[in-house]
Design a protein. Structure first.
Length: 449
């Protein structure tokens, strides 16, 4: 547990939970400048907490796709907190892993991205919350058209971070099929939609986990993938910050999808993106297979979202949740704090195709100190809850699900128990676990939102 979490009096209950035998058998076979504040938001409270027990990553992965993980280096299943989506039955949710265990180690003053378990394949995981335990009910590995694992490895040299072994000494191959999965929804026909940080991309996946189609920005020129790739997203997304592509995803009642770019674009350059508080949401029509709208979303100042933090680049959107026809809950966060806002996707706020959607515009949307003063129709927002004020909420919440009009379920990303730096693994190449667990937390709000 981090010192920050300890200061906030957070409680985690730990229980050893093994991978169910039935699962192994089955898988072997198959108040702000731009909005208003809700009074009394500090009255929200945690009503239940449940924790995922230890499941060896090799056991989990090889039950899905035999032989994919030869050495899990002592890593347990984790990272399923990338998103949380109700599965229909009480206490059951769909979750999704990210690209797998990864970290950073400095070599000659430069950070290298490490992949300690390069054979890991991202998976959609169905969980059940009962009492203080989270159990895995089933899982679907993400596969290509020919049934091979997509892997979580970076796609393109020169655009994505170079992948290295656990000790950052040996290069690992790129893979054009690789996905850094984040947001997830399940469609009425049983298929899934996911978003990815590499492209960034929107991925349609069958009910069995096979990639049907991957939608990427125009001009990406991704070659060699073993599934259909369509350049259907705005080319301006090519300016996504490294490791900060799409993170949040939701489906509106009418069927349209809304995806959030995690951080402001690096437009015109990295410095502009690092200092910006303006991110983008995009609306996608599965029927038209096209983006139909784009919106400017304005973060609160970083020290409002996370008191004591002064680095604006720490601001991120990790989750969006539909709460009405055109209304969303949007999660603004750093790694240690999070706030949930409601926004309405006003037609008049659509910037798709206008000058703010063009890379050549100077100054760019991201460079504007006050976008509204420059004529940008920034989405209005209203604070629902500041999770930093709610005792018992873990750090790094990435998934949010709506249980009912006053109850939310939250899931954290425990990063597979990994930390950065060479000390993440012992002399034998085994993980020195951070002790951070995957936790589902129920929060009851004082009123409907």
């Amino acid at each position: 547990m981090s010192p920050h979490a300890a200061r906030r009096g957070r409680v985690r209950r730990s229980a050893a939970v093994g991978l169910p035998l039935a699962l192994i058998a089955a898988l072997a076979v198959a108040g702000t400048a731009t909005g208003r504040t809700t009074a009394g938001h500090g009255e929200a409270r945690v009503t239940a907490t449940a924790t995922l027990g230890d499941i060896p990553l090799g056991t989990f992965s090889n039950a899905l796709l035999p032989g994919t993980v030869k050495n899990d280096r002592g890593v347990d299943l984790g990272g399923i907190g990338s998103d949380l989506y109700p599965a229909g039955r009480k206490g059951e949710f769909w979750t999704v892993t990210d690209r797998g265990p990864n970290g950073q180690i400095k070599v000659d003053g430069k950070k290298r991205r490490t992949f300690p378990v390069p054979g890991f394949d991202p998976a959609i995981v169905k969980i059940r919350v009962r009492g203080d335990k989270v159990k895995v009910v089933s899982a679907l590995p993400l596969t290509t058209s020919s049934g091979k694992p997509v892997t979580g490895l970076p796609n393109q040299e020169g655009r994505d971070e170079a992948p290295y072994s656990y000790d950052a000494k040996t290069s690992v191959s790129y893979n054009p099929n690789g996905l850094d999965t984040e947001g997830l929804v399940r469609a009425p026909d049983g298929s899934f939609w996911l978003v990815d940080e590499y492209g960034p991309s929107l991925i349609h996946v069958s009910a069995r986990g096979k990639v049907i189609k991957r939608y990427v920005p125009r001009g990406l020129k991704l070659r060699g993938a073993d599934y259909p790739v369509v350049e259907a997203l705005p080319g301006i997304l090519l300016h996504r910050k490294t490791n900060r592509g799409f993170e949040g995803l939701t489906q509106l009642p009418g069927g349209d999808l809304v995806m959030a770019v995690q951080s402001p674009l690096s437009l015109p350059d990295e410095d502009a993106g690092e200092g910006s508080r303006t991110a983008r949401l995009l609306r996608f029509s599965p029927k038209k297979q096209a983006v139909t709208a784009e919106y400017a979303y304005r973060f609160d100042p970083v020290d409002i979202v996370d008191p004591g933090e002064d680095d604006t680049s720490e601001l991120k959107i990790s989750s969006v949740v539909a709460v009405g026809r055109d209304r969303l809950l949007v999660q603004e966060r750093t790694d240690k704090a999070a706030r949930l806002q409601t926004v309405t996707l006003d037609r008049e706020a659509n910037i798709l195709g206008d000058k703010w959607d063009k890379s050549a515009t100077q100054p760019s949307l991201e460079e504007l100190e006050d976008p509204t003063a420059s004529g940008v129709p920034v989405l209005d927002k209203r604070l629902v809850v500041d999770l930093n004020t709610v005792d018992g909420v873990p750090d790094k919440i990435e998934g949010v699900a709506r249980v009912d009009s006053r109850t939310l379920a939250l899931i954290n990303d425990n990063d597979f128990g990994m930390s950065d730096g060479p000390e993440a693994f012992d002399k034998d190449g085994r993980l020195v676990d951070s002790g951070t667990e995957t936790t589902v937390t129920y929060v009851r709000l004082p009123r409907k939102y």
